[in-house]
Each structure stands twice: as C-alpha cells, then as structure tokens.
Ligand binder design. Sequence first.
Ligand code: ADP
Ligand code: MG
Length: 375
Amino acid sequence: MKKIGILFGMENTFPQAFIDRVNSKGEKDIVAEAVSIDKVVQAAPTEYAVIIDRISQDVPFYKAYLKNAALCGTAVINNPFWWSADEKFFNNCLAEMIGVPVPKTVLLPSHARPTDTSESSFRNLKLPLAWEEMFEYIGFPAYMKPHAGGGWKSVYKVTDRDDLWAKHQETDQLVMMLQEEVVFDDYFRCYCIGQKDVRIMGYEPRNPHHLRYDSQMKATGDAAKKLLATMEDYVLRLNKALGYDFNTVEFAVRDGIPIAIDFCNPAPDADVYSVGQQNFEWVVEAAANMAIERAKKQQVGKNNLTWGTFVRTSAMNQPLTNLAKGDVEKASVSVAEPTEVPAKKAAAKPAAKATKKAPAAKAKTEKAATKSTKK
Ligand SMILES: Nc1ncnc2c1ncn2[C@@H]1O[C@H](COP(=O)(O)OP(=O)(O)O)[C@@H](O)[C@H]1O
Ligand SMILES: [Mg+2]
C-alpha cells in the first residue's frame, strides 16, 4: 500500500476534495489521507510515498519535516529544497534566460538593516546607489514588492521617487524589487500541474477576491489563439526550468505579449470560493492524477524529488544556454470559461490591499535604502 498525504493549513476546501478524489479512483494499493505527525526523528522515513505540501511556507517546522521526509524517499511536492532556495528576483532572471518576457526589475537593499548587522556590514555597497539609472530603466509609475513574498503582502504601486522613499520606509527588513508597471489589456492566472497540465484562467486582479476569476479574455480570433499558445509555452518553460509540480503563473498582456508577473506560487490558491467551481474541479482532478502517477513511480529509499532544468544543467555542468532551448513536450491545456463562484461567507473576505497609504514622514533621497530604522 502506498500512501499519499496532504499537508495543509487554514484552507478548507481543496485538501478534503483532493483526498476524496484520489480515493474515488479505485487505484489498487494507493490511498490518500491528511498527513499525520506525532514525532519527527532525523533520518527516519515517513509512512508517505507522496506528500502534497500546501503550507510549509508558513510553518518552518513542516519545511524541516518535509526535507527529512524527502531525504528518506518521499516524493514531496513541491521540492522543499528548491522552494527554500527560490525567490522572485531569481525567478525573473531565470525567465530572461529561457526567453520568457518579464517586467524590467531591479533589486533594492532593505530599508532597515537586517538584525545583528551594522553599517560596516554594507561596505560593499557604493552609496548613494545609482538611483537615477535605476529610475531611468524602470520608469514611473512602478511596482515595488518583496523579492520573496506572496499573498499581495507589501505590494505597492509607486507614482514617483518621493512616493517610493515613503513606501520603502514601511518595508522594514524586506528586500524589495522595483519593477516596471505593465499596463495590461488582459490578465491571466495559470495552474501548472506536473509540468505538463496547464489551466489558463482569466483573472482580474482589480476585482475583489471572490470575483477575480470571473474575467473574460479581451483578445479574440487568431490573436486569442496565439496568446493562449504562447502562454502555454511560457508556463511550461518556467515550470520545467524551476522544477515545480504545482504552481501558478500570472501574466499581464500588453500589446498581445504575455509578460510573466508572478510565477513563484508553490502553494497556489485552490479554494473553490475564490477560483470557482470549474477551476476547482480541474485542479482537484489534475492534482489527484499527478499524485497517483508520482506514487506509482516512487521508489522506496530513493530520491523521488523533481528538480528543474536549472539545477539539472548546473549539476551536470552543462552550459546554462541549454536552458534557453525550452524543453517543452506535448502537454494538456485547458482554458477556463469565466465561472460563477459559489456564494459563501468566505467570499466576503476583504480584498488584499494592492497599495498602502504613504506615511507622513518622508525619507531623504539617497539615503532611503540601507538606512537603518533599528539598531
Ligand atoms: N509589474 C507589475 N505591473 C502591473 N501590475 C503588477 C505588477 N506587479 C504586480 N502587479 C499587481 O499586483 C498584484 C500582486 O503582485 P504579485 O507580484 O502577484 O505578488 P504576490 O506574490 O504577492 O501575489 C498582481 O496580481 C498584479 O495585479
Ligand atoms: Mg500574485
């Protein structure tokens, strides 16, 4: 008997639906259940052939548990080692390497110094930084957001440099990215499961949460076909390079070109009350099939993790230019029609803030970044 476990937090709809779906398929010798932990002992295997991880980004204890599980042969989805190493600025750099368009982006040192560092920890920074060059490259308005973040936390739209200094002061020790604003005609969110199944969903980020997946594509005819094919190609390229088996990719479409905005979502929203019934049905089915496939392939005592082409080319000492070849095999793609979202109390959640009010205090121009607000 091979067990598939799911590890989850506050979400209420996806985990049980996933368990029920796997168990409804009548696969001999495969059963799904919620992961159950009563102790974690180093180098001791878990009882799971596969674990779907939906929560370790918020629970470091689980992340450590999963690395131990992976080392002892569990196929952990997504790969907890890669997930620990990954962040959004790197993702953008990799996207450029593999020919996927991304907004122009620069990295900013944190406003507050990291705990237990001092001014001398930053002697390699040439201050003032080359702000004029950065502003010239990015332009205003721009987006400023954490280089490793999610859930729309600390995502700001900044109108000019004063606005940037003011908002940067709110970000404490977060390392931020400053990014070109993409003014879009269309916006999409795409599930990618097992690096082969893609679900392209219209998404309107300016709507409240429960209405975001209720968006109709503006492109029509051949332009729409071309756009869908291009997004499918980009979604697969990104996930194969990164090595994620369960992820979403967001695109803002400008002049017919999909530009990847956010593709580091290894525990993406899969709640029926936000994604809607049809998208939910798709993701439950695709995730169940992927988990079963992985359980069948899982070999006891071996490394059953997925690694992306970035790590694999690095480990095999191949030229990184091999990454640019794309490595896209035939995939199954599904395009979502805008769907009714089931009415429920959860739908009344307040929309996350895309911008925050600037504080009254203004930072001094050149000194904003790296100036500590703390000792
Ligand atoms: N460069 C950008 N241009 C236009 N809109 C953006 C840009 N970056 C972020 N956004 C908007 O902000 C939202 C949240 O940013 P995102 O990068 O997806 O962060 P998170 O990982 O927190 O979801 C996006 O869904 C999009 O609506
Ligand atoms: Mg996002």
